[in-house]
Write a protein that binds this ligand. Structure first.
Ligand SMILES: C[S@@+](CC[C@H](N)C(=O)[O-])C[C@H]1O[C@@H](n2cnc3c(N)ncnc32)[C@H](O)[C@@H]1O
Ligand SMILES: Nc1nc2[nH]cc(C(=O)O)c2c(=O)[nH]1
Ligand code: SF4
Ligand SMILES: [Mg+2]
Length: 211
C-alpha cells in the first residue's frame, strides 16, 4: 500500500504570523505532534503546554489520509490562481510527516513551500521558508532558517530570548503567548523596545477572525 499523509485540515487564508504575515497561503495542517498528545488531560504533563491548536485526527476542513499526489492536488485545488502559490505546512509537527517527495510534488504544482516547526526534527533541504519556534525543554536541532519565532514568555531556563540570538536566522520574532486571562503583548512590546534585534509577531488572523 502507498504511504499516506495524515492531514488534520487544509484551508486557504492569509498567513497571520511572522515575516510573511499578510500573504495569501494554503495551510496544510498535519495531524500529531511529538511534544504533546493533543489531549487536554495530557496538557499539564506535556513538554509543550501552551499549544493553541487542535491537531488530533483527520476530522477538520478537507482533512483525511492522502497519498502523495492526492495531498499535492488538494493543496493546488485550494489556490485561487494568480500570484505565487504559497503553502504553509504546519500542525501539530509537520516534519514528522512532510518529506522530500511531497515538497517536490508541491513544487511541481508551482508552490513555494513553507514550514512551521518546533525545531526538534531535521528540515528537508528543499523547503523554501523555514520558521522555527523553539520550546523550553525540547532539544533544538534546527539552528538555521528564515525566521525564529519564539513564543513569549516561556519562564523556563533555556527558553529565554538571549539563548537564540546567535543562531543562523534572518528574522527574530517574539510572539505573545495566547493564554486565558493574561495579555502577554505588553511584555513583548517592552522586550523588543529594550532589545531591538527582536521584532514582535502578532497573531493577526485571530484579530481578523479568519482561520
Ligand atoms: C501550532 S504550532 C504548529 C507548528 C509547530 N509544532 C511549532 O510549534 O512551531 C504553530 C505556531 O503557533 C505557535 N503557538 C502555539 N500556541 C501558541 C500560543 N498559545 N500563543 C502564541 N503562539 C502559539 C507555535 O509556537 C508555532 O509558532
Ligand atoms: N492564518 C493563520 N496563520 C498562521 N500562522 C501560523 C499558524 C499555525 O497554526 O501554524 C497559523 C494559522 O493557524 N492561521
Ligand atoms: S510543538 Fe507546536 S503543535 Fe506541538 S504542542 Fe507545541 S505548539 Fe502545539
Ligand atoms: Mg495557528
Amino acid at each position: 500500500m502507498a504511504r499516506t499523509y495524515k492531514i488534520k485540515e487544509s484551508f486557504y487564508t492569509l498567513q497571520g504570523e511572522g515575516a510573511q504575515a499578510g500573504r495569501a497561503a494554503v495551510f496544510l495542517r498535519f495531524a500529531g505532534c511529538n511534544l504533546w498528545s493533543g489531549r487536554e488531560e495530557d496538557r499539564s504533563g506535556a513538554v509543550c503546554q501552551f499549544c493553541d491548536t487542535d491537531f488530533i485526527g483527520t476530522d477538520g476542513q478537507n482533512g483525511g489520509r492522502y497519498t502523495l499526489q492526492e495531498c499535492a492536488d488538494l493543496v493546488a485545488s485550494l489556490w485561487p490562481g494568480g500570484g505565487t502559490p504559497y503553502v504553509v505546512c504546519t500542525g501539530g509537527e509537520p516534519l514528522l510527516q512532510l518529506d522530500e517527495p511531497l515538497i517536490q510534488a508541491l513544487h511541481d504544482r508551482g508552490f513555494e513551500v513553507a514550514v512551521e516547526t518546533n525545531g526538534t526534527v531535521v528540515v528537508p533541504e528543499s523547503i523554501d521558508w523555514v520558521c522555527v519556534s523553539p520550546k523550553a525543554n525540547a532539544k533544538l536541532v534546527v539552528t538555521v532558517g528564515d525566521e525564529l519565532k519564539l513564543v513569549y514568555p516561556q519562564p523556563e531556563w533555556g527558553a529565554q530570548p538571549p539563548a537564540f540570538t546567535d543562531l543562523g536566522f534572518t528574522h527574530f520574532f517574539l510572539q505573545p503567548k495566547d493564554e486565558p486571562g493574561t495579555d502577554n503583548t505588553p511584555a513583548v512590546v517592552g522586550y523588543c523596545m529594550a532589545h531591538p534585534q527582536w521584532r514582535i509577531s502578532l497573531q493577526t488572523h485571530k484579530m481578523m477572525g479568519i482561520d
